[in-house]
Write a protein that binds this ligand. Structure first.
Ligand code: FES
Length: 119
């Protein structure tokens, strides 16, 4: 099972090493279960409040689920992803972005560092 590390310079006491028990949970769901204070609002990939920076810590390389259409729209509006990156991800599963929406990113079998708040 993967280790998910949540870290924030604003909440140093809240750094948590959580183990994801399911590959159906989003980063936000796991954060809420572990009382990690990631900001959120819509929980539906529309507002961008839950923006986080994700770093893969596994030797296997990034495995995170693909960006949802809503996530692409919000990340582009926030200037966190370019059209060139979107185009590259569409044709190559090995291309990933560090910026994700916690309510949209589904956990996979990989160790990741989730940094928040990311603004
Ligand atoms: Fe609104 Fe995640 S909470 S995009």
């Amino acid at each position: 099972m993967p280790n998910i590390t949540f870290s924030s310079p604003l909440h140093k006491d809240k750094t948590v090493y959580a183990v994801a028990g399911s590959h159906t949970k989003t980063v936000l769901t796991l954060a809420k279960e572990n009382h990690i204070p990631i900001d959120f609002s819509c929980q539906d990939g529309e507002c961008g409040t839950c923006l986080v920076k994700v770093t893969n810590l596994s030797r296997k390389g990034p495995m995170g689920g693909p960006l949802t259409d809503r996530e692409i729209t919000v990340l582009k509006d926030l200037g966190k992803i370019t059209q060139a990156e979107i185009d590259a991800m569409a044709v190559d599963d090995n291309v990933h972005t560090s910026w994700r929406l916690a309510c949209q990113m589904v956990l996979r079998d990989e160790d990741i560092l989730v940094e928040y708040p990311s603004k």
